[in-house]
Ligand binder design. Structure first.
Ligand SMILES: [Fe+2]
Length: 245
């Protein structure tokens, strides 16, 4: 079984269209999305429309999806996130808003191997930034492999013989997984990478070969930035895209 795993599109249709073009060459059986279709970027409605066409899809909602779908208030968001959330609500068609409202809450168990979540396995909004948080997330996971998003930072945490360790995900990395080890893996972000590299990233997991491949691609950042500025969204949301932060 080949799984395509991606996260955090954040209303960036230029990056998402490039991802969809890449997907065609990957020949996958299941597509797994880890949340945050919308928020920050200038094209929430177009992104949801394209996303809804994906076949063999399982997805969980992200914190921005929840707020923009009016399931939660934007009061806890930072000012740029709150502004873009309120702006996005006005730009999404009623049918796409309904779709957003119905996105599943994580974690979701996909099959006997794989769990997906947005933040952590015990709280969809909780950031896994360190080994401490990864250890907590392993405790609440029943499968051997979990995929998470939310931090926009590609990384693999693994737990072998009760010892936790980390593998960085470098460009074009292919990593063999061990059947006696447990993994929590973040594919990075499609629409707003934050590991100081502006290129979008995603993962293909081949459960037959027990192998992860980490892939990056560039997109027309300047075009997305222009749309953000033309829409009157906060400047920070445009400038951060070229820095990858
Ligand atoms: Fe996000």
């Amino acid at each position: 079984m080949r799984y395509l795993i991606f996260s955090d599109i954040h209303s960036n249709v230029e990056a998402f269209e490039r991802f969809l073009a890449q997907k065609k060459a990957k020949n996958v059986d299941k597509i797994l999305f880890l949340g945050d279709l919308v928020g920050y970027g200038p094209d929430p409605d177009a992104v949801i429309t394209l996303f809804r066409e994906l076949p063999h899809l399982r997805a969980v909602r992200g914190n921005h999806d929840k707020v923009i779908a009016d399931l939660e208030s934007s009061a806890l968001f930072n000012p740029a996130a709150a502004f873009s959330a309120e702006w996005s609500k006005l730009k999404i068609s009623p049918a796409n808003l309904q779709y957003l409202k119905k996105l599943a809450k994580g974690p979701q168990v996909i099959d006997r191997f794989v769990t997906i979540c947005h933040g952590s396995t015990f709280d969809e909004d909780y950031y896994v930034f360190s080994q401490f948080e990864a250890t907590e997330s392993f405790r609440f996971m029943n499968t051997s492999i979990g995929f998470f998003g939310h931090t926009h930072f590609p990384i693999i945490y693994y737990l072998r013989n009760d010892k936790l360790d980390v593998v960085p995900l470098t460009e074009n990395a292919r990593i063999k997984l061990d059947r006696n080890t447990r993994y929590l893996i973040n594919p990075g972000s499609i629409g707003q990478p934050r590991d100081k590299n502006p290129s979008s990233s995603y993962i293909v997991f081949d459960s037959g070969k027990m192998e992860i491949s980490f892939n990056r691609f560039s997109y027309e950042v300047a075009r997305t930035q222009k749309k953000i500025r033309d829409a009157g969204l906060p400047e920070l949301l445009a400038s951060r895209l070229e820095a990858g932060v």
